[in-house]
Design a protein around this ligand. Structure first.
Ligand SMILES: NC(=O)c1ccc[n+]([C@@H]2O[C@H](COP(=O)([O-])OP(=O)(O)OC[C@H]3O[C@@H](n4cnc5c(N)ncnc54)[C@H](O)[C@@H]3O)[C@@H](O)[C@H]2O)c1
Length: 289
């Protein structure tokens, strides 16, 4: 696939990441169809798009015309066949579970045109583990956006050994087209570049919290006021989702069998209490007011 041939984008999963990735692509002129298995999630995503565009127009950041074109560029459906049937690029953003991702990629391989690139927004799962579920491994790669996807500029393009140069270059060019700053990661490593760095910070932060060294608020303050981070690891975790952290740790544990990979006790507690962060109104902080 060459960048000039990319016109239609499909985003699978309309959750935290998927709806914003869809909107970012639509804002840049691509025709986007976003799909999810939960109708309420699709409704919420559609409402977000409407209110986001209206808000940008009101603030003078977008013209009415651009907002109208963007709105016309994006549609939502519960039907994967409709969403991916004519796609040039598919971006998968479903839950961080390898079996689910492999099943979706196997389905996409049957549904999407043979030339289409199938990319995963997974935070940790390298695409070679998903590509083998398809008959087009050279067109399957990681395309890792950051949260919130409309705001964060970085996208990691991961060229595993099975990924063709053409696919990697097309994805790098695609990121530039959608106004992002791509980096090319030339080796598959779990977590890619930035999450590897952040996982060290998060692990230390959790350890200090659990040892009673300092509160979550104070650890966050240390990172914000001492290291210049825009937010600390606990506030960030509330944004990205404590459920996602739990899933990632559990998949590492299932693969390694190493108890050190299990989620830390305080993460397990929040997870069992359903306190996933902003999305549930409470995580390390409360968002109920
Ligand atoms: N949350 C973050 O900060 C973040 C950042 C970068 C990457 N990611 C990655 O993006 C992916 C999605 O994360 P998220 O936070 O958006 O999760 P989320 O839970 O907010 O959304 C996932 C969505 O996938 C949908 N889904 C499940 N099965 C599906 C199927 N068969 N077909 C279509 N949709 C299906 C769910 O209904 C849900 O709406 C994960 O792989 C995660 O690792 C997340």
């Amino acid at each position: 696939m060459k960048i000039e041939d990319v016109k239609n984008v499909c985003v699978v999963g309309a959750g935290n990441m998927g709806h914003q990735i869809s909107l970012q692509c639509a804002l840049s002129g691509y025709k986007v169809i976003c799909t999810d298995v939960i109708p309420a999630v699709l409704e919420k995503a559609e409402k977000f798009v409407d209110s986001y565009l209206a808000g940008r127009v009101q603030k003078g950041k977008l013209t009415e015309e651009v907002a109208k074109t963007t709105r016309a560029n994006i549609s939502f459906t519960g039907d994967l066949k409709v969403a991916a049937g004519n796609a040039d690029v598919v971006i998968e953003a479903v839950l961080e579970r390898i079996d689910l991702k492999r099943k979706i990629f196997a389905d996409l391989d049957k549904i999407a045109p043979a030339k289409a690139i199938l990319a995963s927004n997974s935070s940790f799962i390298v695409s070679s583990r998903i590509a083998s579920a398809t008959n087009r491994p050279s067109q399957v790669c990681n395309l890792h956006f950051f949260n919130p996807a409309l705001v964060m500029k970085l996208v990691e393009v991961v060229q595993g050994p099975h990924v063709s140069d053409e696919t990697a270059q097309c994805m790098m060019a695609f990121c530039l087209k959608i106004d992002k700053v791509p980096i090319l990661i030339k080796k598959e490593v779990d977590g890619f570049v930035l999450n590897r760095i952040f996982s060290v910070i998060s692990k230390e932060a959790l350890w200090m919290l659990e040892m009673g060294v300092a509160s979550a608020e104070d650890i966050d303050k240390a990172c914000v006021y001492g290291a210049g981070h825009p937010m600390g690891p606990f506030r960030l975790n509330d944004l990205t989702g404590i459920d996602l952290t739990y899933d990632i740790c559990m998949s590492h544990f299932y693969e390694s069998g190493n108890p050190a990979d299990l989620p830390s006790p305080s993460v397990v507690k929040k997870y069992t209490e359903g306190k996933f962060g902003q999305k549930t109104g409470e995580g390390w902080y409360s968002y109920k007011k």
